[in-house]
Design a protein around this ligand. Structure first.
Ligand code: 5GP
Length: 188
């Protein structure tokens, strides 16, 4: 059966890498491409990493009720287009949403049978190191992301599962185990 998985976690926790590895292991799981008003980072492509929309276009899609969920994060808007999710489910695939906590809450309401996973850092201090090491955000943007991270970490208890990303290989194994169990693929 096709299912919707939501993965949330503070910026810098390593969600992107974990998700890439997870999708390699479970090919039936397809990542939904979100829409955002933030500027593309170097190397990001429209329609691949995000659908990069102007603020006006984002508003229009909100008006049209095109979003399953949307939220403002660090001064930019992000949202999951219903079409991204529905066309994958209709084709018999499971869908993975990589979104922040407010969006996860909206998906919980819209799709109560979605499976919600929180990725936590072994220690909150590693978030600053990883964000600074990534070199894609200004010092001010990093501070904003870390403030948001505190709020996000406080909501961990609302999730069905919590995976600590200490050792990458272990965290990928644990995540893949959760997804396989939920999809009834255990033993394959
Ligand atoms: P970034 O700017 O680093 O790509 O993403 C910033 C935050 O926005 C991350 O926590 C990411 O999970 C979240 N995000 C990405 N896409 C969506 C979305 O479609 N909806 C929501 N609510 N959050 C999103």
């Amino acid at each position: 059966m096709s299912k919707v998985f939501v993965i949330t976690g503070p910026s810098g926790v390593g969600k992107g890498t974990l998700i890439r590895e997870l999708c390699k292991r479970i090919p039936d799981l397809e990542l939904s491409i979100s829409a955002t008003t933030r500027q593309p980072r170097e190397g990001e492509a429209d329609g691949v990493d995000y659908h990069f929309l102007s603020a006006g276009e984002f508003d229009r899609r909100v008006e049209e009720k095109d979003f399953l969920e949307f939220a403002t994060y660090s001064g930019n808007r992000y949202g999951t287009l219903r079409s991204e999710v529905e066309r994958r489910l209709d084709a018999g695939h499971s869908v993975l949403l990589e979104i922040e906590v407010q969006g996860a809450q909206q998906v919980r309401q819209a799709k109560p049978d979605s499976i919600q996973i929180f990725i936590a850092p072994p220690d909150p201090a590693v978030l600053r190191e990883r964000l600074a090491g990534r070199g894609t955000d200004s010092a001010e943007a990093i501070d904003r992301r870390l403030e948001t991270a505190e709020i996000e970490l406080a909501s961990q208890g609302d999730f069905d599962y919590r995976v600590v990303n200490d050792d990458l290989a272990d965290a990928v194994e644990e995540l893949a185990g959760i997804v396989r169990t939920e999809l009834g693929l255990v033993g394959d």
